[in-house]
Design a protein around this ligand. Structure first.
Ligand SMILES: [Zn+2]
Length: 215
């Protein structure tokens, strides 16, 4: 697919509907004020007086991924790689995200691999793509697919593999209160899906976090 055909579609997909236009900062701070009362505390006491403003600023940071286009980071590629055509893996990319059901942190590691088709990207760019998608409200399955699909569409490699291992604080601090559990998700595209040898090589490189990934 040509670049020109893809960009408008991607932009439309990420556009926020008009009726959901961003509220004012004042409205956001008021909402935090309400939540503090809902928690059972007094927003007027000294320790909480600046909390609504701090939380609004923290939201700007935690959800900065809405302002960023991950495809931009992959648009600059290199072709002078002396014919290198083996798997490229960036493993143990730490990420912090927030579950879209409870706003609770999801913290873990992402492993990204791809099999280049002449073009490669600077390795930090793969980490940037992870950052943009993780700094949005997420479910881990969606995060995994978004990272893989973005790299596949923009870089057009022979295949992409993404494995995410993470803990969900909505599960460890509330609800079932299960600590020490890790959710592992994977997305295998192209050669990583079709060729068991390629998939196995990737899983060996990342230290095979879960045998269940290898199906
Ligand atoms: Zn949750």
């Amino acid at each position: 697919m040509a670049n020109s055909g893809r960009r408008p579609a991607a932009a439309a997909k990420n556009a926020i509907p008009k009726e959901l236009a961003r509220p004012s900062r004042e409205d956001a701070e008021k909402a935090v004020h309400t939540l503090l009362r809902w928690a059972g505390d007094d927003p007027a006491r000294e320790g909480l007086i600046d909390t609504p403003a701090r939380v609004a600023s923290a939201f700007d940071e935690w959800f900065s991924g809405y302002k960023d286009d991950p495809e931009v980071y992959l648009s600059r590629t290199f072709e002078e790689v002396e014919g290198y055509d083996e798997i490229i893996v960036l493993r143990d990319i730490r990420f912090e995200s927030y579950c879209e059901h409870h706003l609770a942190p999801i913290i873990g590691r992402v492993h990204v691999g791809y099999l280049p088709n002449k073009k490669v990207v600077g390795i930090s760019k793969l980490a940037r793509v992870v950052d943009v998608y993780s700094k949005r409200l997420q479910v881990q399955e969606k995060l995994t697919a978004q990272i893989a699909n973005c790299i596949q569409q923009v870089l057009e490699p022979k295949g992409v593999a993404v494995v995410i291992e993470a803990t969900h604080q909505c599960m460890t601090t509330r609800g079932v209160h299960k600590t020490g559990v890790t959710l592992v998700t994977s997305s295998m595209l192209g050669a990583f899906r079709k060729d068991p040898m390629t998939r196995r090589e990737f899983l060996t490189i990342i230290g095979n976090p879960a045998s269940s990934v290898e199906s």
